[in-house]
Structure formats: C-alpha cells, structure tokens
Design a protein around this ligand. Structure first.
Ligand code: PA5
Length: 477
C-alpha cells in the first residue's frame, strides 16, 4: 500500500444523492495499474485547478450560462405557468427538435417517467399529457406518430436554439400542414409553442409573425447544455415532472463544483481521470454504462455532450488540436452479454464510467427455483435490485483485475433531485474536460458545416460548399 491516503470517493454531502467512486482508476498498491493517488493533490490536482479557474473566468464573462440555470427563479416560474396553461387541454405533447434540443428532454422523461411512453396517462383522467420526443426526420417514425395522434388534443413544442435547423423546421412544416387541415389555420397556434433564441433566428421571426407563443433559450446556453432551460423543463413540467426538484438537485451539484480542490469536486474527478486515461494511457474510448434502464437515454445524452464538446480540430487560441475521446453508451447488465467481452479482452483503449442506482425501493423478489434447476438456486430473499447491484460490482471488479480502468457514479436513488445532480455533474465535467484538453467545449463547428451542406443540397442560394458536385460519380458499386 502506498503512503498516500486511499482517497477514492467524492461522497455526497448533506442531502446529496450522488457519490463518485474512482477506486478502480487508482494504483493504491504498488503493483496495481492506475493513477498514483499522490498525483490527485500533485500534478493532476494542479491541472484541474487551472481548468476550474478557466471555467470560472468564462462563467464571469457570461459564457457558461448553463451553470446559472439551476439558481434561476424567474425563468422556471414562467415555464411552470406556460405548462400549467396546457393542463387538461391535451392528451399528447410532442417535442420537435434534434440533438441538444431533444436528448435532454428524452433523458428527463425516461429517467423520471420510467421510459413509459404512456407516462402522463397514468395520472387517471389527469391533466398531464403523454410526452413524445420526435428527434429525427425518419418518415416512418414521424408518420406513424402523427397518424396515432388526435391533432385536436395534441400540443407541439418546436425546439431549436438557432431556429434554423433543417430537420426541426421540416418536422414543424409537416405538423403545421396537419394542424391546418385538422384544427384549422386559425386555431393552429393554440397547439404550438416555439422554444428558441430570445432575439434571433427564423423560428422567432415566424412566431412573431404568426402570433405563436415562445419561451427563450438564454443566449449564453447552447443546445447540449440547455436541458435545464425551457428546452427540457417546459415539456417536463407539462408532463407533470417535478422540475423544481430537478433544479434543486442541479443547484446542489453546482455548489459542490465550486471548489477547485480536485478530490472534493465530483465533476472535476470525472473530467480529470477520464482525460488522463485518454492522454496518458491511450484510453480514448469512454464508455458510459448505466445499470438502470431509466438511464439509457441519459447515456445517449452524455454521448452527445462529451462527443460534440470535446471532438475538435482547433484548440483554444486557434492551435491545432485534433482531440476528442469517443463516447460509447452501453447498458448494464444487458451489455455484459454483448460489449463486455470487447471491454474485457479487446484493445486496452477504453475506460468505463458506470452509473448505478441503489434502488432499495420497490424490490422485485426472485422466486424460489425448483429443485430441478440447481443453477438457479439463489439464496432465498434475493431481489432483482440486489442482483443488478452485484452484477455491476462484479463487472467493475473483473475489469479492474484485467487492468481495465473504471469509475462509478452512484446515485442513492433516482428521483428528480438526484437526476438534477447527475445532469449538472456531467455538464460541469464536460467543460472542465474541454479546458483540460485545451479546446472550447461550447462550440460545434463540425456540426455547423454539416448543416451548411444540407442547405446546399436543398438548393439554398449561397450554400454550396465544395465536394457536392458529382452526385453520379463513378466510385460507387
Ligand atoms: O448542442 C448543440 O448545439 C447541437 O447538438 C444542437 O442542439 C443541434 O444541432 C440542434 O440545434 P438547434 O437547437 O439550433 O436546432
């Protein structure tokens, strides 16, 4: 055992539900792989302190708006009022949006509504509509969704920060046609609300011209950092989720992240150790693996947050960067029978971030196995809750013995407050990681270029980037 204290937990403080356990990334014994714990107060601690200082500086200059969302009061009140105004009038609430304008809402819905698409309906005769997130333009998905809905009882929330994303505008135009046909052009606006930039963009202009109500996405909050703004909170509130508790949890995590002391800052630990695994050990595939079906959408949200924020060709100050770990969502225990073989024995280029929930509530007992099935002889009294917990513990330990590093973000429970903590944890970790890698985590020039190509292919004047000329080139088979 090394002389340094085996600090490996950033525990929940006070009411916090969240603990980060990073023991499986440390080399506490001399013969273990991993980070010498002394480095947490040494060079890694110093590096994190610089990243933290940069984030705080950016925050003071106004560019880290997402960190201020949990403490806001006026905007959430307005959002709750807008949501309350829909009560009882609609059976279905559909979000039209893509990327950061959809994944966070899906996360809130699935984590807190048990992934049940009929969540709202459980409130017998209740006022809360079912929440759908149409985050693609697949004609089959959109077509079948719209065919199932009664347009007279359906509300559409068009979400786009820029107000110009082709997929979202196309979704809206499909819906606008149907609304005009089925409820009439004059009444269509009663079924619509646009969530978009407070001042700019085609969607805002359209709302103003057509008298469609709007909610703002603060100018200093970008798509993938916007779930705690009207982007995620309005649909969540309309579906009856406790957005006040989500914000309370996020505010708690924001406070926990104010310290620049690495071993006390949970987001700092996640960012610094994943960054270090990448740049020092070539572990550039970052696996996000919840052991909780309600967090599957959360893993997709983190994938976008981590990937789009850190994958950059240019670093801060214009230096070439070409950085970016590859985020890979996975699901425990399901993927123990799929990806785990690769994680365990494939290239040693991965680090796994587990998320677990100590789900003591609603135990699901495992029945007694018949004597003819000795392989299923669980000791009596076991539950699925206990089984999924030990599956995680076993996987983490087995990976560790193969020198496959991992850490675990542990939630004492999964409720609105805990989810708020989890969301803010990963948002803060992402911006810390951005500064550790030396890139601006808030931009997405590659996505913007893709958007320009789409506009070009749709024939929009002035949008004709190179490489699109030869639709019938010979190099296809
Ligand atoms: O995080 C981002 O900025 C992107 O993923 C956007 O959310 C996505 O491209 C959609 O953009 P918009 O909200 O402007 O429609």
């Amino acid at each position: 055992m090394r002389g340094a204290p085996a600090v490996s937990l950033v525990g929940g403080t006070g009411m916090s539900a969240l603990t980060v356990d990073y023991r499986n990334l440390l080399a506490i014994d001399e013969d273990e792989d991993g980070v010498d714990p002394e480095r947490l107060d040494g060079d890694l601690g110093s590096r994190f302190r610089v990243a933290h200082r940069n984030v705080e500086r950016a925050r003071r200059s106004g560019s880290m708006g997402f960190l201020d969302l949990p403490g806001a009061t006026e905007a959430p009140a307005r959002i709750r009022r807008a949501a309350a105004g829909l009560h009882g009038r609609f059976d279905d609430f559909v979000v039209l949006g893509i990327g950061g304008s959809a994944l966070g809402t899906r996360t809130l819905r699935d984590a807190l509504g048990a992934g049940d698409p009929t969540f709202g309906a459980r409130d017998a005769g209740g006022p809360h509509p079912r929440l759908h997130v149409a985050d693609n333009i697949d004609p089959h998905s959109i077509g079948t969704l719209l065919d199932r809905l009664d347009m007279r009882r359906t509300f559409f929330n068009v979400v786009s920060k820029s107000g110009s994303t082709t997929e979202t505008l196309a979704q809206y135009l499909v819906v606008a046609e149907r609304l005009a046909r089925e409820v009439g052009r004059d009444r269509a606006r009663e079924h619509l609300l646009f969530t978009t930039d407070p001042e700019r963009g085609p969607l805002r202009a359209l709302a103003e011209a057509a008298g469609i109500p709007t909610l703002p996405v603060p100018g200093n909050v970008g798509g993938r950092f916007s779930v705690l703004s009207a982007v995620g909170l309005f649909p969540a509130a309309a579906a009856g989720l406790d957005v006040t508790a989500v914000l309370r949890g996020a505010a708690r995590m924001e406070r926990r992240c104010r310290t620049d002391e690495l071993t006390r800052n949970p987001a700092g630990v996640v960012a610094t150790l994943l960054y270090r695994a990448d740049v020092e050990c070539g572990q550039r595939v970052h696996v996000f693996m919840p052991y909780c079906d309600r967090l599957r959408s959360f893993a997709l949200w983190v994938q976008q947050l981590w990937g789009e924020s850190l994958g950059k060709a240019a670093g801060l100050g214009g230096r070439p960067a070409a950085t970016g770990p590859t985020p890979l969502p996975a699901a425990g225990a399901t993927d123990q029978h799929s990806l785990l073989q690769l994680f365990m024995e494939g290239p040693a280029d991965k680090v796994v971030c587990f998320v677990t929930v100590d789900a003591a509530d609603d135990p699901v007992p495992i029945g007694k196995a018949p004597a003819s099935l000795p392989a299923l002889e669980f000791p009596e009294g076991h539950t699925l809750n206990h089984l999924i917990a030990i599956e995680h513990a076993a996987t983490a330990a087995a990976l560790r013995t193969r020198s496959r590093p991992n850490l675990t973000v542990r939630l004492a429970r999964l409720d609105a407050e805990a989810l708020g903590e989890l969301i803010l944890l990963f948002q803060a970790a992402t911006v810390y990681a951005g500064f550790l890698y030396g890139v601006d985590p808030l931009t997405q020039p590659g996505v913007e270029l893709g958007k320009r190509y789409v506009h070009g292919l749709l024939g929009r004047p002035g949008y004709h980037p190179p490489g699109m000329e030869e639709a019938n080139h010979p190099w296809q088979v």
